[in-house]
Design a protein around this ligand. Sequence first.
Ligand SMILES: NC(=O)c1ccc[n+]([C@@H]2O[C@H](COP(=O)([O-])OP(=O)(O)OC[C@H]3O[C@@H](n4cnc5c(N)ncnc54)[C@H](OP(=O)(O)O)[C@@H]3O)[C@@H](O)[C@H]2O)c1
Length: 303
Amino acid sequence: MGAEADGGEKQLKFLIYGRTGWIGGFLGKLCEERGIQYEYGSGRLENRLSLEADITAVKPSHVFNAAGVTGRPNVDWCESHKAETIRTNVVGTLTLADVCRQNNLILINYATGCIFEYDSSHTLGSGHGFKEDDTPNFTGSFYSKTKAMVEDLLENYDNVCTLRVRMPISSDLTNPRNFITKITRYDKVVDIPNSMSILDELLPISLEMAKRNLTGIWNFTNPGVVSHNEILEMYRDYVDPSFRWKNFTLEEQAKVIVAPRSNNELDASKLKKEFPHLLSIKDSLLKYVFHPNHHNPALLQPS
Ligand SMILES: NC(=O)c1ccc[n+]([C@@H]2O[C@H](COP(=O)([O-])OP(=O)(O)OC[C@H]3O[C@@H](n4cnc5c(N)ncnc54)[C@H](OP(=O)(O)O)[C@@H]3O)[C@@H](O)[C@H]2O)c1
C-alpha cells in the first residue's frame, strides 16, 4: 500500500487536506522546503465524490488529513454546533479514510490526544502516561467525545495512521492558534503539566512516517510533560523579560469556559522508538521555539 514500488520508492506525491489551516499550511511549506511534490485537496471531507475527484486528478502516493473543525474562538463552539462538528470531524474524516482505503492509499490523519484525562492509574506527575492502546476516558467536551468515537472506528482501517496531536506549539509566536501565544494572551491561566506537540519537530516526522508507510495509532507528542507556568517562565526568560501572568484554579477556569478541557500525559515511547532523535518536550521547546526566537525583537510586547 502507498509508496512501495519495484526496486525502490515510488515517486512521492502528497495530497493534503486543510490548505487554509494551521497544520495544513505548515505541511505545504515543509513539502516545498524538502522538494516533495504535493497538492492541496479542493474537496470537502463529507462529500465523497469530491474526494474521489481529487484522488483521480492528483494521483497521490499518500493522503494527509489536516482538515477538521476545532471551533472559533475555541472548542466551545462545537458545543453549540454539534451537527456541523459531526459533518466534518465524524462523517468527513470517516469518508476520507474509506475513500483512501478503496484507492489503496495510506491516510495520515492529524487527530487529537485530548481524549484522555489524568485518572487514578495515570496520576498527575507520575510519569505514567496513556499508551496508544488505552481506551479514551475524556468525553467532557463534544469535540473530544466525537474525536474519540472516530479514533475507535478508524482502528478498523488498516490504511490509517492516527496521530494524536496535543496542545500544538510552533516557533511562530505571532500565530493565535499557537498554545504559547494563547496562554500569554489569557487574563488568567491554570498551571497543569501536559503532553504537548512541537510542530516544528513533529510535522517533519509525520512526512517521514508517510515515507515509511506507518499506520495505526501514535501518541504524537514530545516525550514528557511541561506545565503552563514552566512555558510562561521560558517565554519571560527568552522573549519578554517584562511578561507577567496570573494563575487560577481549575474550578475558577470552569466558570469562564463552556466545556471542560482535558489534561493528560501521553506515553510517547512508541514514537521515540521509531524516531530515537525525538527530543523531550522541554528540550524541543528550547531548540525549536525559544532559542530561535530569543533575539527576535518583533516578538517583544510593547511595554
Ligand atoms: N489546533 C489544535 O489545537 C489541535 C490540537 C489537536 C488536534 N488538532 C487537529 O488537527 C487538525 C487540524 O487542526 P488545525 O489547528 O490546523 O485546524 P485549523 O487551522 O482550524 O484548519 C482547519 C482546516 O480544515 C478545513 N476544513 C474544515 N472543514 C472542512 C471540510 N468539511 N472539508 C474540508 N476541509 C475542511 C479548513 O478549511 P476551510 O477554511 O475551507 O473550512 C481549514 O483548512 C484538526 O482535525 C484538529 O482537530 C488541532
